[in-house]
Design a protein around this ligand. Structure first.
Ligand code: F0G
Length: 405
């Protein structure tokens, strides 16, 4: 018997058709309701026998692990970043480095569950729109599952490493004349006509896998729940997934406190942060999102309302950061902590710095920044913001001259 059902987040109606992406009754967003009763009989130690990673938390996942399509996702490091803590002036900052997932971003957590479910359904074609990482991840998992894959990308706005991955894994890579929101609209049309099984995060199975990042953080901190978790927000599903994980851990009685969930957006693509500023439960889409953090260059976030709920319900916060603040935070992580994250991921650290400076974050807080993707995904941005290589003659003297400068 299934351990879950799919329901409408807005009206509560149960949804049986796996190909619909919104509630057939009210058009609302879908979500998975897990049966947590069997987990209430368990202890965290029961799961800790399995290696750290998404499938350690199989009882919280809405697929039968017997059908799993996995390339060992999750199990990423939680760095205790002391230099960053000192620089920013907080009791303890940690970085959960999601760039060490199989395809270099947190998307693999959702994709292992989403593609496993697609396989259970017998889907013949899977697809997604993407700013880059989702397409790289889906292309890899579709290869592993042996399912045909099409990805819809905003033309000219996908970082080189991500585009290379989607091509490399053999997906049909469609370059769409428009931004991410346009690409998603087309992918959804294909899904509505049942021409592909859509694996964007509007598919409620995807966030289920993404819950695992919060489970891992809590495990890695030995159930000493952090005060705050900060993450970048684009299409807004990840913050929802993390909220859902918090609620489920609370419901099974494994934690009694929930971190303040704090979403960071780029100033040029900030519908959720602006809604938060206006104390609104809903957001106003932005027509021309723009930011150096192309992963979160999104104006009409599908899960924006869920994200706002997650933020309000955990007494969290939403803030914007400029492109310059993003690049400065990316370089700070590289030069003080030896961690190379992509610009969108650096938004979390830029947000931590800004919220500490303006007093929203207290000096006494223990904060986890989720750095969602690997810096190698976007080498062009790194090179554009770094000094040029130094011309050097083939001589010891010239090297010495340069090193002494
Ligand atoms: N960080 C990175 C590196 C991302 O790739 C994304 C989203 C986010 C943060 C935001 O997460 O959408 O759940 O709020 N990337 C999607 C993609 C949109 O297509 O790869 P979100």
């Amino acid at each position: 018997m299934a351990n879950h059902k799919v329901v409408c987040w807005d009206c509560g109606a149960e949804v049986a058709d796996p190909y619909v992406t919104v509630c057939p009754k009210c058009g609302g967003l879908l979500t998975v309701k897990m049966d947590l009763e069997p987990i209430k009989e368990m202890r965290p130690e029961d799961l800790q026998k399995t290696p750290l990673g998404v499938w350690r938390y199989a009882p919280f996942m809405p697929v039968d692990p017997a059908h799993k399509v996995s390339i060992q996702e999750g199990g990423t490091p939680l760095y205790k970043t002391d230099a960053l803590s000192a620089e920013i002036g907080v009791k303890q900052a940690y970085v959960k480095f999601e760039g060490l997932n199989p395809t270099g971003s947190f998307k693999d957590r959702g994709m292992t569950v989403g593609v496993s479910h697609a396989k259970e359904l017998g889907a013949k074609v899977v697809g997604c729109a993407s700013t880059g990482n989702t397409s790289a991840s889906l292309a890899a998992y579709a290869s592993k599952a042996g399912i045909k894959c099409a990805v819809f990308l905003p033309s000219g706005k996908v970082a080189a490493g991500k585009l290379a991955q989607a091509l490399f894994f053999g997906a049909k890579v469609l370059s769409i004349d428009g931004n991410f929101d346009d690409a998603l609209a087309l992918a959804r049309k294909m899904s509505d006509e049942r021409k592909l099984y859509l694996l964007n995060s509007i598919n409620p199975y995807r966030p289920e896998g993404q819950k695992s990042v919060l489970f891992e953080i809590i495990d890695q901190l030995k159930f000493d729940v952090p005060d705050r978790v900060i993450l970048p927000v684009g299409n807004a599903a990840n913050i929802w997934a993390i909220y859902k994980a918090c609620m489920e851990l609370k419901e099974v009685g494994w934690i009694d406190k929930v971190p303040m969930l704090t979403g960071i957006q780029a100033e040029g693509a900030a519908p959720v942060a602006k809604a938060f500023r206006a104390k609104s439960k809903d957001f106003i889409p932005e027509e021309h999102p723009e930011t150096v953090a192309t992963a979160i260059r999104i104006g009409n976030p599908v899960s924006g309302r869920k994200a706002l709920h997650a933020i309000y319900d955990t007494n969290g916060y939403a803030e914007t950061v400029t492109d310059a603040e993003i690049i400065a935070a990316q370089q700070l992580l590289g030069r003080r902590e030896g961690v190379c994250v992509e610009p969108a991921s650096a938004a979390s650290v830029a947000g931590l710095k800004k919220l500490r400076e303006n007093g929203v974050i207290d000096r006494d807080e223990r904060v986890v920044c989720i750095c969602t993707g690997n810096g190698l995904k976007d080498p062009d941005t790194i090179i554009a913001n770094s000094p040029a290589p130094i011309k050097c003659k083939n001589s010891v003297e010239d090297v010495e001259r340069i090193l002494s400068e």
